[in-house]
Design a protein around this ligand. Structure first.
Ligand SMILES: [Cu+2]
Length: 294
């Protein structure tokens, strides 16, 4: 006879394993292409560089697109919708953090920014297929399959995790992406980070104050305060406080940079953890090891 308690245990264990493996499990919207085939379209979406359809990197990737009407005239003031989705070879789908597309300018151009969380292949093994859909009402969906690769020069993403801050039984995950460029010869460096939380495999909202995560669910979290601290010395007494654009991007200037910087994150005064450490480490030429540790 089926014991209901053991059933729940198995389900929770499976779910936790799934989250650790960064796999999906949601039905997702795989196969969402081909909508709006009525021919009754007003606008045409295209990539400004055809080659960009083939490429992306783990971390920040920007696709520049263009919107024209059927007469070839640039369309101003429209905001397309961005939908990245990975079909894992293991059979699941998951999305990725993104900040959507900007409003088209007078030339009809819009920048669509996605933060890819996984490469298409790791260590020569195919992981799955990314599909990026860019949608606009009255237009046929622009859909392409970039080969997402891992930048090899520096750690590009580190996850920090909640302690009491959980989704179900699992600590809430915060993805910290490293967008910044190299330092100058004097060791001065402008650091730019993008931080998103993982609510489900389909939902990675940008971290910002006065937002509510997983609103209306048991995992709801009102984000009242966020502190992002940056240092080139993990033992420093005083860290540099990063400032935000209010949409998940955090910037700070540091000095004495050689090959490593560190980031601390607290949300509602709870410091997020990387295993036993209360900071994330970003270093040169060792990104593969960090990425493998999901
Ligand atoms: Cu994946």
């Amino acid at each position: 006879m089926l014991n209901p308690n053991s059933f729940i245990k198995v389900t929770v264990t499976t779910l936790a394993t799934c989250m650790l493996m960064a796999c999906g499990g949601s039905s997702g919207s795989g196969g969402s292409n081909g909508n709006d085939t009525s021919g009754d379209t007003k606008y045409v979406l295209s990539l400004n560089s055809a080659e960009s359809a083939n490429t992306g990197v783990v971390g920040k990737t920007v696709y520049s697109i263009n919107v024209k009407d059927n007469d070839g005239i640039a369309v101003y003031g429209e905001t397309p919708t961005l939908k990245p989705m990975m079909a894992m070879n293991a059979g699941h789908h998951h999305s990725s953090p993104h900040t959507g597309c900007t409003e088209t300018n007078s030339l009809g151009n819009s920048d669509c920014t996605v933060y890819f969380i996984m490469a298409s292949a790791m260590n020569g093994n195919a992981m799955g297929t990314w599909t990026v859909d860019i949608e606009l009402e009255d237009a046929e969906t622009l859909s392409f399959n970039p080969n997402v690769t891992m930048p090899m020069d520096e750690t590009v993403r580190v996850n920090l995790k909640g302690v009491d801050d959980k989704i179900g039984v699992t600590p809430r995950t915060y993805n910290i992406f490293n967008n910044s460029a190299a330092s100058n010869a004097e060791g001065e460096r402008s650091i730019e980070l993008f931080i998103s939380s993982k609510e489900t495999m389909m939902s990675f909202p940008a971290l910002a104050t006065n937002t509510t995560l997983s609103e209306g669910t048991a995992d709801e979290l009102s984000v009242n305060s966020i502190e992002v601290l940056v240092s080139t010395d993990k033992d420093a007494v005083t860290w540099t406080t990063a400032t935000t654009n209010g949409d998940g991007v955090w910037t700070a200037e540091v000095e004495n940079y050689t090959d490593t910087f560190y980031v601390k994150l607290s949300v509602n005064s709870e410091t997020k953890m990387n295993g036993e450490f209360d900071y994330a480490t970003f270093e040169k030429t060792s990104s593969m090891m960090n990425m493998a540790a999901q």
